[in-house]
Design a protein around this ligand. Structure first.
Ligand SMILES: [Mg+2]
Length: 495
């Protein structure tokens, strides 16, 4: 398959993208949902290659449709494995899960942790665990969150697993059916994997892409803008070729008159990449060869435009393209497979696509006043507690010194009033916290926060993603030479 017309290079003008004065100003007037956020400074002018994952990165899936499809396909398989038919009739709340949750298979719980592995919320089925039970289970000793007992839900693909698990635990418990919670989750996982393998899910999507995938009208222009500034682009996806081709044609086909085929946007196309293994193992690249109707692969010794590759690994990729990792920006959605591994095992720069940000930002905006109120309540509480300590000390001293009765009474009265004030404040702040969190998410609150700390998901995003944003096309609002500056966190001693 040498230089087919659909992979041919397009002559591009090297447009002058020198940041115009005031470009930085423009960014701050962008709606928050369209912005790119920076954890670690990144100079886009230093980036030579920009790579993209496909699923949930270039392709924005409609989560509700995807959840419905996965759950349906999986339920049939679960019932075939001997689970009761009543599962087929059940309604599963696809709003239940968010990314970053952890399944505790031993007890049938789903939990949310903060960055210190402190479990801040836990549900058994669709019942929230009372605080005492949660403390007894998860806080008495340090948690070792690892398989086989624990399982992370870290992609949007995996959300239906959690929805199914919580829903099934709830239902089976209610009907008094004795359930091995560990086995139940493992069965759900296997059934979903099976549905992906046998095509029950992907074939259905490919047959009706508009139903499952949002075609972003700005995607093509975004890629074109990067290319016009001299960047080389690549696709690195775990999806197989046929699915990738169908999806990319849907996303980019006919979008810009200059491009007659989606492959013209990309210098390298590599499928079935096997991430995260791509970053840690040494599987050789293969080139796909088409002869007549026959498909085969042969070892690849170079990576070239116009060819399709499979497998591969990080080291060969950098060597064959003669590029160092710090000149590569990889855009993906999977904290572990795309972002964490490429960060830990390479020097690739990373941008994470977090579809949920639109909702999160809307909630944040709506709750701004409540959040400020909570802050001021916290400060008021500190003041009251200080005062309380003062009067308690005074009361003790006065009693010890056998002071006049009215001095002791005065201190006692102050203490009682302060305690009452603190109790009222606590009740009010708890109620306000609850309604605020519910606005973010009815079951779990904010995706990025747990209480006052970062959630474990937020922590990973902060740690591993240089940039993060809700969709690839948000890059369109920035110059391809933009200097993304982080607003570094201050340590306590710098405040
Ligand atoms: Mg993906």
């Amino acid at each position: 398959m040498l230089n087919p017309p659909d992979g041919s290079q397009l002559a591009l003008p090297n447009v002058d993208f020198e940041s115009a004065p005031g470009a930085a100003l423009q960014v701050t007037t962008l709606p928050r949902a369209r912005r790119v956020y920076v954890n670690r400074s990144l100079r886009l002018d230093q980036v030579e290659w920009v790579g993209f994952d496909m699923d949930y990165t270039l392709a924005i899936y409609r989560q509700a449709e995807m959840d419905r499809l996965s759950i349906e396909a999986t339920l049939k398989k679960l019932v075939a494995r001997g689970y009761p038919d009543l599962l087929l009739e059940a309604r599963f709340d696809t709003n239940f899960p968010i990314r970053g949750l952890v399944i505790d298979k031993r007890f049938g719980h789903v939990v949310k942790m903060d960055r210190y592995k402190f479990v801040g919320r836990a549900w058994h089925g669709l019942q929230e665990l009372p605080r005492e039970q949660r403390y007894a289970l998860y806080h008495a000793k340090k948690l070792k969150v690892a398989p086989p007992r624990y399982h992370y839900i870290d992609t949007l693909y995996a959300l239906p697993e959690a929805a199914l698990y919580a829903g099934a635990v709830d239902l089976l418990d209610r009907y008094g059916i004795n359930t091995d919670y560990q086995q139940l989750f493992d069965d759900i996982r296997e059934c979903i994997d099976e549905a992906h393998r046998d095509g029950a899910i992907n074939d259905t999507i490919a047959l009706d892409l508009p139903r499952y995938v949002d075609r972003d009208p700005n995607l093509a222009a975004t890629l074109h803008k990067l290319r016009s500034a001299g960047k080389k682009l690549f696709v690195l996806t775990n999806s197989r070729w046929a699915y990738t081709d169908a999806m990319m044609t849907y996303l980019l086909g006919g979008a810009l008159p200059e491009y007659t085929h989606w492959r013209q946007y990309f210098d390298i196309v590599s499928v079935a990449a096997g991430k995260p293994g791509f970053f840690t193992e040494r599987r050789p690249f293969l080139e796909r060869v088409t002869e007549g109707d026959a498909q085969s692969t042969r070892p690849a010794y170079a990576l070239e435009r116009g060819h399709i590759y499979e497998n591969g690994n990080l080291r060969d990729f950098e060597r064959m393209l003669n590029v160092t990792g710090d000149r590569i920006l990889y855009v993906g959605d999977h904290i572990f497979g795309d972002i964490l591994r490429s960060k830990k095992d390479s020097s690739w720069r990373t941008a994470m696509i977090i579809q949920e940000m639109d909702e999160e930002l809307a909630a944040q905006e709506e709750c701004q006043e409540a959040l400020e109120q909570l802050d001021s309540m916290a400060r008021r509480r500190e003041r009251l507690e200080d005062e309380l300590r003062f009067y308690q000390a005074r009361y003790r001293a006065a009693t010890r010194a056998r002071a006049a009765g009215e001095i002791i009474d005065e201190a006692r009265l102050a203490i009682e009033n302060l305690k009452l004030g603190l109790r009222e404040l606590e009740t009010a702040s708890r109620a306000l916290k609850k309604t605020t969190e519910r606005r973010f998410h009815p079951y779990w609150g904010s995706l990025f926060k747990q209480g006052v700390e970062l959630s474990s998901f937020g922590d990973q995003v902060e740690e591993y993603a240089c940039l993060y944003t809700s969709r690839v096309s948000n890059l369109l609002h920035y110059s391809p030479l933009h200097y993304f500056r982080s607003s570094r966190d201050l340590m306590p001693h710098e405040l």
